[in-house]
Design a protein around this ligand. Sequence first.
Ligand code: SAM
Length: 333
Amino acid sequence: MPKYPRVNYIGNKEKLAGWIIGELPVASGTVLDLFAGGCSVSYALKKKGYAVISNDILYADYILGKALIENDRCTLKPSVFDIQPQKEREEKLEKQFSFLSERLYYSREVKELAHLAAVAEELCEEERYLFLALIRRAMIRKLPYSRMNVPWDQIKLLRNEAYSYEKYGRKRAYHNQTFESHMRENFEDYNRAVFTGQRKCTVFNCDAMELADKTDFVDVVYLDPPYPSTMNNYDAFYGLFDNMFQAGKKHADFTRRDCFLENLEELIRKLRGKTDYIVLSQNTRVRPEPEIIARMLGNYGQVSVREKKHNYQVTGKQNKNGSKELLFVVRMN
Ligand SMILES: C[S@@+](CC[C@H](N)C(=O)[O-])C[C@H]1O[C@@H](n2cnc3c(N)ncnc32)[C@H](O)[C@@H]1O
């Protein structure tokens, strides 16, 4: 049985995906996952036999989708690590990645990253995305708090194993392992996660607004946007990966209180006539309040709300404030 591998995506719906899919108004057909993030919902949908269209604005997420959602048979051989790319190419990439030096990693580590990225370029397209997904996972694993917006001084401090042991009782030696050793540790899990879906799955790297404009008709659009007032700065969490590959893109901002509702409404308007149902995830902790969202959605169709108790895991500790996970199901007019 294929299993979603360790991706470490902030705000992921991995533990809720089964519930979300169980609440979908159709048991088969095409689902567009417009804010797919770490692809946990897209992956569970693919397993359930839906045709999935998976999208996210971040290239760091796009490569995951290409590796795990669109890719249905290509896996990697351990011999990929024996590939020796051209030195000139590695040097060029090392320069390209130099902005990461003493920002996220030590310069010798940036050199290793450049080598691995050069290896990726030697692979066929499907292999390359799977290899990049492993690089991404290794990069995140080596970072304290598993995100890319921690100041360098703090990264250095938390990577000091003696300090970490004294202060937190854990050495966290994995921050100091090589990228390759992390990739090797996750290698089999990522290979095993690849499977052939019952229906064709496709992946995009677009602004949600843009894809809403150009999408063909789908049975359900699933929305899991980054709400204001939560851990929502995905560009900062993972965007440096996009910068490495010069893939950063401008996009509609769903993180700001002053324009969230307006943007969400514009998106819903764009989706009119493109789907029978919109299914929107929300949590009672986040703003705007569920009543406000329900009222807005009510202008476009018949809304029903499903709820489930859920505690989000916040940086390793259990969040004590219980909250309810909500799902707005809109049958479009
Ligand atoms: C809450 S996360 C989605 C988590 C996902 N459901 C999972 O299980 O991993 C929200 C995602 O929206 C993406 N995003 C933010 N603004 C976007 C936009 N304008 N268009 C497309 N994606 C966007 C972010 O990059 C982030 O991955």
